[in-house]
Write a new protein. Structure first.
Length: 262
């Protein structure tokens, strides 16, 4: 990897760290390809339980590399379409990862950096974190990241951030749901470790099922079709070996096998 470092720890946690601190971890074609490849590989690695996405240096990610965007502005529509599709596929890869994903956010998260945080299941931010959906300042729009930001904070807030390009702090990001926890910078890794401990308590098959099922939920009326989907899902999962082990461990007052393995 030229733009990432990947560390797979014995606990079953993989750390994917964007490693372009000289440009605040801005991403270009190379990083997009490597992020897509990394999440694809880790998703299929039976030894990996949880994936952390982090940025090296002072900032999480400044979003799109401006030199990359400048190249795009000078290319034809066919090139731009293929390029945008690769970016869209990478974000979809992160969002659809069958394993829990955690964004570790410090410093600036701008443009696509906001999209990366929103695509993860959980985002924990340092108190010095700031966020801006900044694309309109460059005469473009946050199209590819838009669905992920909207899913995280709702349509009105997403539209406000996209239209104003306002930079918001960690406290406001917490209030609108862009992140789920804010801690002092010095305590960020400690907070991430606490989240990881909680995630490693859950059954890996159950977590995969959660992600697959919850991806189909929408805010609104609970239809008969949705009731049936939830009923058939839990009926199927109750009969799995993992479920039998989970209940046996609880009744036996011992850790489940997957906790010992982690």
């Amino acid at each position: 990897m030229q733009t990432l470092t990947i560390e797979c720890r014995a606990t079953g946690v993989a750390w994917v760290t964007m490693s372009r601190p000289d440009v605040f971890n801005a991403f270009d074609e190379a990083m997009i390809a490597e992020l897509d490849s990394a999440f694809s590989t880790l998703a299929g690695d039976a030894g990996v339980r949880v994936i952390v996405l982090a940025g090296s240096g002072r900032h999480f990610s400044a979003g799109a590399d401006l030199k990359w965007m400048q190249r795009a502005s000078q290319a034809d529509q066919a090139w731009n379409l293929q390029d945008a599709r690769r970016f869209a596929a990478m974000l979809a890869r992160i969002e659809a990862c069958p394993k829990p994903t955690v964004a570790r956010v410090q410093g600036a998260a701008l443009g696509g950096g906001v999209g990366l945080a929103a695509a993860c299941d959980i985002a924990v931010a340092a108190g010095n974190a700031s966020f801006s959906v900044s694309e309109a300042r460059f005469g473009i729009l946050p199209a590819v990241i838009g669905p992920y930001v909207t899913n995280a904070i709702g349509k009105r807030q997403a539209r406000r951030l996209a239209l104003t390009t306002a930079r918001i702090g960690a406290v406001e990001a917490l209030a609108i749901g862009l992140v789920q926890q804010v801690v002092p910078l010095a305590e960020l890794d400690q907070a991430i470790d606490a989240v990881l401990r909680d995630l490693l308590q859950g059954g890996p098959h159950a977590q995969r099922e959660i992600k697959q099922l919850y991806a189909q939920f929408e805010v609104g009326p609970i239809t008969p079709e949705m009731r049936e989907l939830t009923a058939t899902t839990i009926a199927r999962v109750r009969g799995t070996e993992e479920a039998r082990e989970g209940f046996a461990a609880f009744l036996g007052k011992r850790p489940a096998a997957w906790v010992n393995e982690a």
